[in-house]
Ligand binder design. Structure first.
Ligand code: P6P
Length: 335
């Protein structure tokens, strides 16, 4: 079985940038993922469960493990001397990694949701880390600026997630397919377990928080009703665990669609464009699926600010296209 490092080296000709830098990036990510996995797996036995009592930049109740995961990734990227700047869901502004001149020569930008779905920690539901990597746009001779972070998703050179579930799996793409590596905790190594992940032709699942049904736009309501009509061609079932990484990972393997639309209460939706939607959208397209805000391709959305939110639909190509049709009908009816 390939380890993650062996797989990267074996496929080095398919990665445009330096293999050494990719190995360093993953060295940071793997180190942090193992540290977080250890804490997540025994959260109930440590003082790291529950809330910090702090409201984070998102206006959400920060969990202790959110804060821990954020710090672990920052330190891990700093120590591997490959990244020049990081933006995190847990930090209002981006973090410059440039204490000395050689780190200042690094050109990789990382945007990260250190622990997505963390409200599920206390109830033992899968949670995840989501990461997105770009090349800085500004010259090496000047400090990083916010524009280095506000790049369209179609500029990503690497994106992925780690899902901390019944097993810990690292899934990534560099634009040459989607590949999954399962952690063997007995040796602390990630081994190739899911080569060339791809949405199956059979579409089974729709994932949406139907508790918000009354606040959904009519096109979304009509699509939910469409999925619920039991017909030969529509064997759909509802699955939603309130954890994007968990819902997405299952849908990519079994076939399905994940929807977090705008509502009257949240006109731009809930999920963040830069470190949730763009990385998952890159993986979605590389796995043969589709990702949009209902009208526009997620990867083409122009970011205006760091913690920008967007309506988010991703999954099996034909299910996303079908939902976009329902939205288009309603948009035309309202003209
Ligand atoms: P709701 C977790 O907070 C998250 O960002 C995603 O992981 C998840 O899919 C969604 O929010 C759940 O939100 O409003 O349905 O609880």
């Amino acid at each position: 079985m390939y380890t993650l490092g062996e797989f990267i080296i074996e496929n080095r000709d398919r990665f445009t940038y330096s293999t050494e830098s990719l190995l360093r990036l993953f060295s940071s990510i793997k180190l942090a993922a193992k540290a977080i996995n250890k804490e997540v797996n025994k959260a109930g036995l440590t003082e790291k469960i529950g809330s910090t009592g702090i409201t984070n930049v998102q206006g959400e109740n920060q969990q202790k493990l959110d804060n821990f995961a954020h710090k672990v990734f920052i330190e891990s990227f700093k120590s591997r001397n490959v990244v020049c700047g990081i933006a995190s869901e847990e930090s209002k502004d981006f973090i410059l990694i440039g204490e000395n001149e050689n780190i200042g020569q690094n050109k990789y930008i990382v945007l990260i949701d250190p622990l997505d779905g963390s409200s599920n920690i206390d109830v033992n539901v899968s949670i995840g880390t989501i990461f997105s990597v770009y090349i800085r746009k500004s010259s090496m001779q000047i400090d990083l600026s916010i524009e280095d972070f506000l790049q369209k998703g179609n500029q990503q050179i690497l994106s992925g997630y780690i899902i901390y579930g019944s097993s810990t799996i690292l899934v990534y793409t560099t634009g040459n397919g989607v590949h999954g590596f399962t952690l063997d905790p007995s040796v602390g190594t990630f081994y190739l377990s899911h080569p060339n992940l791809h949405f199956p032709k059979i579409e089974k699942i729709y994932s949406i928080n139907e508790g918000n049904y009354e606040r959904f736009p009519k096109g979304i309501k009509n699509f939910i009703k469409y999925c619920q009509e039991k017909k030969e061609s529509r064997p759909y079932t509802a699955r939603y665990i309130g954890s994007l990484v968990g819902d997405f990972h299952r849908n990519m393997i079994q076939g399905g669609i994940y929807i977090y639309p705008q509502t009257a209460h949240s006109p731009n939706g809930k999920l963040r464009l830069l470190y949730e939607c763009n990385p998952i959208a890159f993986l979605t397209e590389q796995a043969g699926g589709k990702a949009s805000d209902g009208k526009k391709r997620i990867l083409d959305i122009e970011p205006l600010y760091l913690h920008q939110r967007t309506p988010f639909i991703c999954g099996s190509f034909s299910m996303v296209s079908k939902l976009e049709e329902f939205i288009k009908i309603e948009t035309n009816n309202n003209k």
